[in-house]
Write a protein that binds this ligand. Structure first.
Ligand code: NAP
Ligand code: F7E
Length: 365
């Protein structure tokens, strides 16, 4: 039987790398859309896909979601069985600074994919997965959020993704395209971008554990998220496209934690606990940790001190915040047989173990 062909936009991102690994293991031929960058941007693929350059089944193509001709030509030439549209300006906070670009990539970028499939005459062949998001729920209308919960996005990112969500449904209804939305709640991993709160906290806690970082500056400690593991979530993406009809699915753990709890869990891993003092912008997190020695020094981890390791900075607050998200993924569990394999504690521990290993290896050099 011929291998299935997948086309992944956003292949260099966290999810793109995990999904490539999953599909290569299933025997797929994987084509990825990759932005040209002044430096190599394939580090995640290299780590997760066991020497992808040696695997002829993984082919990377230069391109950009804002370039209609490029997207169309690639789709027409590759004629994929499945498209996973993961490319996005994915940072909510940055979307307030770059709303027009965010809309071009996240909203029109989705439309470019759908229209390319339609115009290339591939509607009957190609299935499309759209990376929709819990940010659609924004100022939540009910708890937990289900497929039927009304949307109220709170950022240019969320508003742009709302366009993408409805474009998918419109192409499904207009042209009977197999196009589905995965409404994924936050999912993280050791390969998460460094400016998202989970990775920012685990990297900082690892640096603090070795006396190399003094403290971390954060925003809203009381925001609550339903955090899962990216490895579990790319499995859901694949299952959504294997289902017998195109439908939209919530993918979430059904468990919620605050940023404050995330910080506590990360510091627990390095054998200390956080004491919170003060309120609002003056709140701080204090812990007994190895003395801060600055970069370059060989740290003595037995020399500890009690000091402020978390401070609040107005820089990390957003013009409009999504205070709470909690998903109900019963539909995906029942219809797709999808299940959560990684708990919140396991996720934070895996990220901490990875970040501590990175610090140790850097110290050896
Ligand atoms: P990510 O790590 O930020 O990856 C985003 C990917 O999109 C990167 O490969 C990036 O390329 C690429 N990209 C950005 N702008 C592009 C453009 N103009 N043209 C082509 N590619 C472009 O995000 P992720 O966490 O893997 O998320 C994957 C998708 O799921 C995104 O659409 C995101 O919005 C959505 N989502 C994520 C979550 C989550 O919690 N992770 C939850 C719900 C939905 P570079 O490597 O060159 O930057
Ligand atoms: O923020 C709060 C922040 O940036 C989580 C994207 O993948 O998931 C992600 O969006 C929460 C927010 O993720 C800091 O205010 C506090 O309430 O890690 P985040 P996000 O905004 O939830 C959704 C589902 C997506 O679709 C997106 O693509 O943490 N927070 N202090 C902070 N956040 C950041 N980044 N940095 C802080 O210092």
């Amino acid at each position: 039987m011929k291998n299935k062909i997948a086309f992944i936009t956003g292949v260099t991102g966290q999810d793109g790398a995990y999904l490539s690994s999953l599909l290569l293991n299933k025997g797929y031929e994987v084509h990825g859309l990759m932005r040209r960058s002044s430096q190599f941007n394939t580090a995640r693929l290299l780590e997760l896909c066991q020497d992808p350059s040696a695997d002829e089944r993984l082919q990377l193509h230069y391109g950009d979601s804002t370039d209609s001709m490029n997207v169309f030509s690639l789709i027409e030439a590759i004629r994929p069985d499945e498209i996973y549209n993961l490319a996005a300006q994915s940072h909510v906070s940055v979307s307030f600074e770059m709303p027009v670009y965010t809309a071009d990539v996240n909203a029109l970028g989705t439309l470019r994919i759908l229209e390319a499939v339609h115009r290339a005459g591939l509607t009957g062949r190609t299935r499309v997965y759209q990376a929709s998001t819990s940010e659609l729920f924004g100022k939540v209308a009910e708890v937990p959020q289900k497929e039927t919960t009304p949307f109220h996005p709170r950022s240019p990112y969320g508003v742009a993704k709302l366009f993408g969500y409805w474009a998918v449904i419109n192409y499904r209804e207009s042209y009977q395209m197999f196009a589905s939305n995965g409404i994924l709640f936050n999912h993280e991993s050791p390969y998460r971008g460094e400016t998202f709160v989970t990775k920012k906290v685990t990297q900082a806690a690892a640096g603090i554990a070795y006396g190399l970082q003094e403290k971390v500056l954060l925003g809203n400690l009381d925001a609550k998220r339903d955090w899962g593991h990216a490895r579990d979530y790319v499995e859901a993406m694949w299952r959504i496209l294997q289902f017998d009809r195109p439908e939209d699915f919530i993918i979430a753990t059904g468990e919620q934690h605050s940023v404050r709890e995330l910080v506590e869990e990360a510091f627990r891993f390095i054998g200390t606990s956080i004491r919170w003092e003060g309120t609002g912008l003056n709140e701080v997190g204090i812990a007994r940790v190895p003395r801060y020695q600055g970069g370059g020094a060989i740290p003595d981890r037995t020399d500890t001190e009690e000091r402020v390791v978390v401070e609040i900075s107005p820089e990390f607050f957003r013009p409009a915040e999504v205070e709470t998200l909690l998903g109900d993924s019963s539909k995906a569990r029942q219809l797709l047989g999808w299940e959560i394999k990684t708990t919140f504690q396991d996720l934070v521990r895996e990220m901490m173990a990875y970040d501590c290993r990175v610090v140790e290896e850097a110290l050896k050099r």
